[in-house]
Design a protein around this ligand. Structure first.
Ligand code: COA
Length: 159
């Protein structure tokens, strides 16, 4: 259950160092961190199509999610999601994703999709637990030897 001291709030640039620290802590390569942080800034500035939220736990930032909404097909894409290992399995990611889904629903969206490496068992189980279904595998999406898998939640087919 979400700790009482946890709140989901909109991203502001003051959260950037904390997001960077989470990504360093979980061992991401610098090129991926840079890409994430650039996407976070871009999406946070685009109030029409982008959204970034952080999970504040007391004085700490426990995690973040970023999302982009596409007008052309009314689907939203989760661009980034990570929770600090010390705050895992408390429901932070579920609360962050619910916030992002709510944004997509308010835009009139049909659903949300997300890509993750096939090797990311924790994330795959997390998305299944949130009602996403596994869709397609894209060969070499992340690197020559790392395929990606897309998970999709269509609002009309989900409870
Ligand atoms: C995946 C991740 C975001 C989940 O964050 P979290 O805050 O721990 O997730 P939640 O507490 O909201 O989990 C909700 C449910 O999802 C499932 N779940 C989450 N992590 C899981 C794991 N590692 N193994 C199995 N099931 C998991 C469980 O059903 C869980 O409910 P439960 O704790 O009551 O069993 C986190 O492990 C993480 O940051 N991983 C590294 C970065 C990453 O992989 N990001 C996603 C890339 S697309």
């Amino acid at each position: 259950m979400l700790p009482q001291s946890a709140h989901i709030v909109c991203y502001s640039p003051k959260h950037r160092p904390a997001i960077r620290q989470i990504l360093v802590t979980i061992g991401w390569e610098e090129r991926y961190i840079q890409g994430q942080l650039e996407a976070v800034e871009t999406l946070a500035r685009d109030a029409e199509h982008g959204g970034v939220w952080v999970a504040q736990v007391g004085d700490s930032i426990g995690g973040y999610v970023s999302l982009q909404f596409y007008d052309w097909n009314r689907l939203a894409q989760l661009h980034g999601l990570a929770v600090d290992p010390i705050f895992r399995r408390l429901g932070l990611a579920a609360a962050l994703v619910q916030q992002a889904e709510e944004f997509a629903r308010q835009k009139g969206g049909r659903g949300v999709y997300v890509d993750t490496p096939v090797s990311n068992t924790g994330a795959r189980l997390f998305y299944l637990a949130q009602g996403y279904v596994q869709d397609y595998v894209m060969t070499a999406y992340y690197d020559d030897d790392l395929d990606g898998v897309t998970f999709l939640k269509l609002f009309n087919s989900s409870p």
